[in-house]
Structures are given as structure tokens and as C-alpha cells.
Design a protein around this ligand. Structure first.
Ligand code: SF4
Length: 176
């Protein structure tokens, strides 16, 4: 794991938070860490977090937190770009790490659902399945839960800032 020490010009590590198919609950857990984030705000730059701010900056990112599953062709393109722009990529929550409840469609024909739900299913671009982020790009760390645990999320952020392994029980994570 790379530490933030020795960065060019002493610049702060850049954090990006990204959403795919999800309910936003795990991002809300991050927002709920407001007091703690203020404490570490001097150590990182929150460059991309649309849930919290309309000011979004392009990559590269030192740490990308990714919520949600891959369910559309656009998701596939975007997650590959985020991976290419991020030094570390951490998936947060059951949607991102296992596909979430929307992955139930993997056991049926998605075209049947489209025909049932939408008046014009031909307008809908979707994949036949909804899958975890790690099925498509390398993931450095998976933080599980629905939603994720607030304390564990802070531990992950703090650990990546410090360049150490997060102190989270092995049964709840997967290291690449
Ligand atoms: Fe929402 Fe649960 Fe998915 Fe998090 S893991 S985005 S709380 S459904």
C-alpha cells in the first residue's frame, strides 16, 4: 500500500466517491461521518463526491470509494475509467461487493422485467445482469454491509491515508 507521504509538492491525497446501481445508503453513511471527516479534511482533498457537493473535480484520485453494482453499459465504461484514474479502489456495501438486491434479476430474464415495468422498454439500456464491481475491475479492498458500518468506513479511509492495512475482521473483507 502506498502512503500519502512524499507526494509531489506535499499535496493532499485526493478522494473520489462514486455511485452505480444503489440506494445511496452507503454514501449517506459517509455523510454521517461529518464530524470525523472534518478532522481528517486537512489530510485529504474531497475531489469528487456529487452526493455532498456540486463541485466535482476530474481524476486522478488516490482513493476511490465505489458504491453500487454494474447494471448498465454506461456503468461498465465508467467503472473502467474510474479504475484507470484511481490509485486505490475500495468498494463499499453489498451492492458494490455482491450485486445487491438488484442482482436478483440475474436469476430471471431481464427482458421480462423490462416489458412488465416500462411502457417503452426499447428506451431502456441495461445489462442482462447486475454484478459486483470486482467482476469488472481490480478492487483493492471490499467493505461489506447494507449499509456499511460507519466506524469501519472511517477505519478504511484512515488506513489508506496512513498507508496501512485496515483493521477490519477478515470475515467481512476481501483483499486483492
Ligand atoms: Fe443501499 Fe445497502 Fe446498497 Fe448500501 S449496500 S447502497 S445501503 S442497498
Amino acid at each position: 500500500m502506498t502512503t500519502s507521504a512524499g507526494r509531489p509538492g506535499g499535496s493532499r491525497p485526493r478522494l473520489g466517491v462514486f455511485k452505480f446501481a444503489s440506494c445511496d445508503g452507503c454514501q449517506l453513511t459517509l455523510l454521517d461521518c461529518e464530524d470525523e471527516l472534518l478532522g481528517i479534511a486537512g489530510e485529504l482533498e474531497i475531489a469528487h463526491f456529487p452526493e455532498a457537493s456540486s463541485d466535482v473535480a476530474p481524476g486522478p484520485y488516490d482513493l476511490a470509494l465505489v458504491e453500487g453494482s454494474v447494471s448498465t453499459p454506461e456503468h461498465l465504461t465508467r467503472v473502467r475509467r474510474i479504475r484507470a484514474e484511481s490509485r486505490h479502489l475500495v468498494t463499499i456495501g453489498a451492492c458494490a461487493t455482491a450485486g445487491g438486491v438488484q442482482a436478483l434479476r440475474n436469476y430471471a430474464d431481464v427482458t421480462d422485467y423490462l416489458a412488465t415495468v416500462y411502457a417503452r422498454p426499447d428506451y431502456i439500456e441495461t445489462l442482462a445482469t447486475s454484478t459486483p464491481i470486482a467482476d469488472h475491475v481490480p478492487v483493492d479492498f471490499e467493505l461489506r454491509g447494507c449499509p456499511i458500518d460507519r466506524g469501519q468506513l472511517l477505519e478504511v479511509i484512515t488506513a489508506f491515508l496512513a498507508g496501512r492495512k485496515p483493521g477490519i475482521p477478515n470475515h467481512s473483507v476481501c483483499f486483492s
